[in-house]
Design a protein around this ligand. Structure first.
Ligand code: XMP
Length: 179
């Protein structure tokens, strides 16, 4: 385990097995539809790479660069679109993937943008969802794990752009955050 990690919350094997289950549901819903997977940078990169290899459907794949945390521990409340890439989504069924559903602002803002770009339908998929009340997106269409309202890192999730490469989801030691 990495020396900065207090506790592993979800280990590699558990993640791997859960992704197979999520993929089966996604296949059942998207089969026969023109599919585009849209993953949010940077947090969803490990998740999407592992998930879509279990989805043997024809699909296009896009990455969207957005930011709402700006490196810290709390959502800034503002979703920034960091690039101008606007794929034509007319008639497409979008699977929108992110690492974690927290306040839900990101999923809400991106879903709206994708629909404005012509998407026929947008289904949301997250590895993690914090167990908190939300006024925005209540829950994703596909959720890997519901977790307590704690700050987590690993498997794509970062603190100040570190720890994304950890193969598990974990909680940082307090002294790492306060230092
Ligand atoms: P909202 O609040 O828009 O947040 O649902 C989604 C984005 O916020 C980031 N986020 C986290 N990043 N550990 C992280 O490393 C966390 O516990 C955490 N909670 C939210 C993440 O980038 C996500 O896309």
């Amino acid at each position: 385990m990495h020396e900065d990690i207090e506790k592993v919350l979800i280990d590699e094997d558990v993640i791997r097995r859960r992704l197979v289950v999520l993929a089966e549901r996604i296949i059942a819903d998207f089969e026969g539809k023109p599919m585009v997977a849209v993953a949010l940078l940077k947090g969803a990169v490990l998740f999407v790479a592992d998930l879509i290899r279990h989805i043997p459907l024809p699909m296009e794949f896009e990455l969207l660069n957005v930011s709402s945390y700006h490196g810290g521990l709390k959502s800034s409340g503002e979703v920034l679109f960091l690039d101008n890439h606007q794929p034509d989504l007319h008639g497409k069924h979008v699977l929108l993937l992110d690492d974690i559903l927290d306040t839900g602002l990101t999923m809400e803002a991106v879903t709206k943008k994708l629909k404005d770009q012509g998407a026929e339908d947008v289904k949301t998929c997250v590895l993690l969802a914090k167990d908190i009340p939300r006024d925005t997106v209540k829950e994703a269409d596909y959720t890997g794990f519901v977790i307590a309202n704690e700050f987590v890192v690993g498997y794509g999730l970062d603190y100040q752009d570190r720890y994304r490469n950890l193969p598990y989801v974990g909680i940082l030691k307090e002294e790492v955050i306060s230092s």
